[in-house]
Design a protein around this ligand. Structure first.
Ligand code: GCW
Length: 698
C-alpha cells in the first residue's frame, strides 16, 4: 500500500527529536506509538524517554494536567505561556530558540489535541526543530513563539458511499473509482481491518474526525448495520478510535418499518419515536462514542417524512431526539428535488429545490440537527454558484458538502485538483465584502455562536477504496488531503495545501519531480473545465456510462432536471427574475443583482443564469460560441502538455506510481479529445457558426 502523505520520509525529521510524551489515555498512547515509530527511522531509541535529564528536551508533547509541579523549566515556562486551555482538539505550540538550539513544547487538554499537535509537527517538516535548509549559514535568532491552534469546525465528516452488498448497478461503492470498499467485501465486513487503521491515521493527519460508514442510499443489508449487524459498526469504530475518529451511520428513514416491523415510519407516531429511541440507545451501548446519523430523505427514491404528510423538520427532529441523550448528531441532507420532472415543464428549476424546501424551515431544527447542503445548487458540477441555502438559514447549523470522489470531475482518470473550488466557495462573502464568509456560516461564528452552538462544519464524499494508491489516480490523494485540511482551517489557500501535500508525499524526491507534480495539479481543474461543459451550464455527461465522458443531450429530455436548452440560436438556462425561474433572486441582494444582469454576471457562470445567443459577447471579448471552440481546443492542448511534462519526470518517480499516472494521463487525453470533438461539433451544427480560427471541427 502506498503511504500517501505519511511516508516515513515525512517523519524522519522527528526521529532525532528525542520526544517526551506526558499524559495518559488511549490517544496519548497513539501519540507515543507515533513518536516511537519516528524514533526508529533515525535508528534512535524506540521508546519515548521520561522528561528532564541533563540537556533540555528538544520536543515535549504534554497534556496540561500531566505536567508535574516540579517539571523542568522549559515545560513550566511553556505552561505559563498558555493563555487559555485549548479546546477538545486544539493545542498550543511553544517554540524557543536560543543558544542551546530550539525546543518545542506542544500542550493540549486532551489526547485528541495532542495527536493533532503531533501531525502539526509532521507537516512543518525539518524546519520545526530549527533545522535550516542546507546552505543556510545564518545564525539562529533567539526567539520565542507561542501559537494556539483550534479547528474551525468541530464536525469534519467524510461520508463513504460504500455498500455492504454489491449493488447491481452502482457496485460496492457508489461513485467509487478506487476499487472495492475498504470496509466491506461482497456482503460482509472485511475480516482484516488493518487497512482501515492505516486509513484512520491518514485521515487524522489531514484533519477529518468523523466517518460515515455507508452509502446515503441505504439498501436492505446496509440498513441492518443499525441493528442486526451492529457488530460491524463496533469493529469499524474500534479501528478508527485510536486516531480520534468517530463513526456515523447512514440510516433509512423507513427503518421502523424495514427493521422494526412497525406499520409506519411516521415521525409523529409515538411507537416510531420509541423505536428510534431504543435503537439509538442500543447503538450507544455498543459504541459509546458513536457520532450519529446521516439521512437522505425524500430524495431520489429514498423514504422520508413526505410519505406521512410531515416536513423535514419533523423528520430530522424526531431522529435528533433519539440521539440527543447520547450526544449524537443528525446530518440531514438538503439534496431534495423532483427527479421525475417533465422536461417540457419550464417552470420547475432543480436549482431552486433545496432552497424552496428548506428556507421556510429555518428556526425549526433542534440543536443537534445539521443541515448538510451541497456546495452548489445542482449536483457537484465543475462550475456552479454557491447554494443559496447556505445564505438563508441563520438559525440552523449548516454544513457544506463537497464531493471528493470525482464523479463529475473526471472520475479519478483525469487530474483535477478540486481545492480551488472549495476554497473559493468557503472564502466567498455572499453578503458583500463586509459580511461574513461562507466558512463563518459553517463554523457557526456568523450567527450561532451567540447561542453557544457551533456550526455544521464540512462534509465530503470519500474517494478512497481498496486500490494500492487509495484513490485510483495517485494525484487524487491531494483532494482527500485538501478536504481534511480545509475542514480544519477553511482560510488556507489551495496553493498552500498543495505545497504541503507535495512536500509530505514527495518530500524526498528530486526537485524536478516535485515541481512537475505541483504544476500538473495546480490549475488542473481549469483544464478540466475547459474541455467539458462550458460557462457553468453543467452536465452534458453520459447517462449510460455512469456520468463518464460527453453526451451533450444525454440528459436533455430526461426527468432529472439538468438541461442546457441549446437550440439553433443560443444556449443556457434563464434563471433570472425578470424572465426566468427567479433563482437568481434567492441570493442576498448584491449577489442577486450581480447574477441577474447580463452585464455583471461572471462569464464562468453565464449559462447557469442566462440563455443567450451564440453571438453574445462575453466580458472576455469573445462570443459564446467562439469561447466554446477556443476553450475546447485549449483544454486538449493543455492535457498534451501535461502528458509531455510527466513523461520527462516519470523516470524519477516510483515505477508503480509512474506507470499508474502515465496510464491515467493517456486516458485523460483520449477523453479530452472526445469531449472537445463532441462539444465543438455539437455547437457548430446547432449554430452554423464556423470557428473564427478555421480549426478542424467535424
Ligand atoms: O450526484 C448524485 C449521484 C448519486 C448520489 C446523489 C446524492 C448517493 O449521482 O450517486 O447518490 O448525488 O448525493 O445523494
Amino acid at each position: 500500500t502506498h503511504p500517501a502523505w505519511l511516508p516515513d520520509a515525512a517523519l524522519v525529521h522527528l526521529a532525532a527529536a528525542d520526544a517526551v510524551v506526558l499524559g495518559d489515555g488511549p490517544l496519548v498512547d497513539t501519540v507515543r506509538t507515533e513518536v516511537a515509530h519516528a524514533a526508529t527511522l533515525g535508528g534512535g531509541e524506540t521508546a519515548p524517554r521520561p522528561a528532564g535529564g541533563a540537556s533540555p528536551d528538544r520536543l515535549v508533547l504534554a497534556l496540561l494536567d500531566a505536567v508535574p509541579d516540579d517539571a523542568p523549566e522549559q515545560l513550566r515556562e511553556a505552561v505559563d505561556l498558555v493563555q487559555r486551555a485549548p479546546g477538545d482538539e486544539g493545542f498550543v505550540e511553544v517554540r524557543r530558540t536560543g543558544a542551546a538550539g530550539t525546543t518545542v513544547t506542544m500542550l493540549a487538554t486532551t489526547g485528541h489535541g495532542l495527536l493533532h499537535a503531533w501531525f502539526h509537527l509532521v507537516r512543518q517538516g525539518a524546519a520545526v526543530l530549527g533545522v535550516r535548509p542546507e546552505g543556510d549559514r545564518s545564525g539562529a535568532q533567539a526567539s520565542l513563539r507561542v501559537e494556539a491552534h483550534e479547528p474551525a469546525h468541530a464536525l469534519r465528516v467524510l461520508d463513504h458511499w460504500d455498500n455492504v452488498s454489491v449493488h447491481p448497478v452502482m457496485g460496492q461503492v457508489e461513485r467509487g473509482y478506487s476499487g472495492g470498499s475498504l470496509f466491506y467485501d461482497d456482503g460482509a465486513l472485511r475480516p482484516d481491518l488493518g487497512r482501515v487503521r492505516q486509513y484512520a491515521r491518514l485521515l487524522a493527519a489531514s484533519g477529518v474526525n468523523r466517518v460515515a460508514l455507508n452509502n446515503v442510499n441505504v439498501g436492505r443489508r446496509e440498513a441492518q448495520l443499525l441493528t442486526t449487524h451492529l457488530d460491524d459498526v463496533v469493529a469499524l469504530a474500534d479501528a478508527f478510535r485510536p486516531y480520534g475518529i468517530r463513526v456515523h451511520l447512514s440510516v433509512s428513514f423507513a427503518s421502523p418499518v424495514v427493521l422494526g416491523g412497525l406499520g409506519t415510519a411516521d415521525p409523529v407516531d409515538p411507537e416510531v419515536q420509541a423505536w428510534w429511541a431504543q435503537t439509538a440507545a442500543a447503538v450507544y451501548a455498543a459504541v459509546p462514542d458513536f457520532g450519529g446519523f446521516v439521512v437522505k430523505a425524500d430524495s431520489e427514491g429514498q423514504p422520508g417524512p413526505f410519505t406521512y404528510g410531515r416536513d423535514h423538520a419533523d423528520g430530522a427532529n424526531m431522529l435528533a431526539r433519539a440521539l440527543g441523550p447520547h450526544d449524537g448528531v443528525v446530518h440531514w441532507r438538503a439534496f431534495v428535488y423532483d427527479h421525475h420532472q417533465d422536461w417540457r415543464d419550464r417552470s420547475t428549476d432543480r436549482a431552486r429545490a433545496a432552497h424552496d424546501h428548506f428556507a421556510p424551515l429555518d428556526g425549526r431544527f433542534d440543536e443537534n440537527v445539521v443541515l448538510q447542503v451541497k456546495l452548489g445548487p445542482v449536483d457537484f458540477q465543475v462550475r456552479e454558484p454557491l447554494s443559496p441555502v447556505i445564505t438563508v438559514m441563520p438559525q440552523t447549523r449548516v454544513a457544506v458538502e463537497v464531493q471528493v470522489t470525482q464523479e463529475y470531475t473526471g472520475q479519478q482518470q483525469h487530474v483535477a485538483y478540486l481545492a480551488p473550488q472549495w476554497t473559493d466557495a468557503m472564502q466567498t462573502r455572499p453578503w458583500g465584502d463586509d459580511g461574513p464568509a461562507v466558512h463563518d456560516v459553517t463554523s457557526g461564528r456568523a450567527t450561532l455562536a451567540r447561542r453557544g452552538i457551533t456550526g455544521g462544519g464540512l462534509a465530503a464524499v470519500s474517494n478512497v477504496g481498496q486500490d494500492v494508491f487509495w484513490t485510483g489516480h495517485p494525484f487524487a490523494q491531494a483532494n482527500l488531503y485538501a478536504y481534511g485540511r480545509l475542514a480544519w482551517d477553511p482560510t488556507l489557500t489551495a496553493e498552500a495545501i498543495l505545497d504541503e501535500w507535495v512536500g509530505l508525499t514527495f518530500g524526498d524526491a528530486p526537485d524536478e519531480l516535485r515541481t512537475t507534480v505541483r504544476d500538473l495539479l495546480s490549475g488542473s481543474l481549469d483544464v478540466y473545465e475547459q474541455y467539458t461543459a462550458p460557462l457553468g451550464v453543467g452536465f452534458m455527461v453520459s447517462p449510460t456510462r455512469q456520468h463518464y465522458g460527453p453526451d451533450v443531450d444525454g440528459y436533455e429530455y430526461t426527468a432529472w432536471g439538468t438541461y442546457h436548452f441549446a437550440d439553433r440560436d443560443g444556449v443556457g438556462v434563464d434563471r433570472s427574475c425578470a424572465t426566468g425561474t427567479g433563482y437568481a433572486g434567492l441570493y442576498p441582494p448584491g449577489l442577486a443583482a450581480t447574477y441577474e444582469s447580463l452585464s455583471t454576471c461572471p462569464d464562468e457562470l453565464l449559462l447557469f443564469f442566462h440563455h443567450v445567443p451564440y453571438s453574445h459577447r462575453l466580458h472576455s471579448g469573445t462570443t459564446v460560441v467562439q469561447h466554446i471552440y477556443d476553450t475546447h481546443f485549449a483544454g486538449v492542448e493543455r492535457v498534451e502538455e501535461m502528458v509531455t511534462a510527466w513523461e520527462k519526470v516519470a523516470p524519477l518517480a516510483d515505477p508503480a506510481l509512474a506507470g499508474r499516472v502515465g496510464e491515467r494521463l493517456a486516458e485523460q487525453l483520449r477523453s479530452a479529445v472526445e469531449w472537445r470533438d463532441q462539444l465543438n461539433t455539437y455547437f457548430f451544427r446547432k449554430s452554423g457558426v464556423p470557428d473564427g480560427r478555421g480549426r478542424r471541427i467535424y
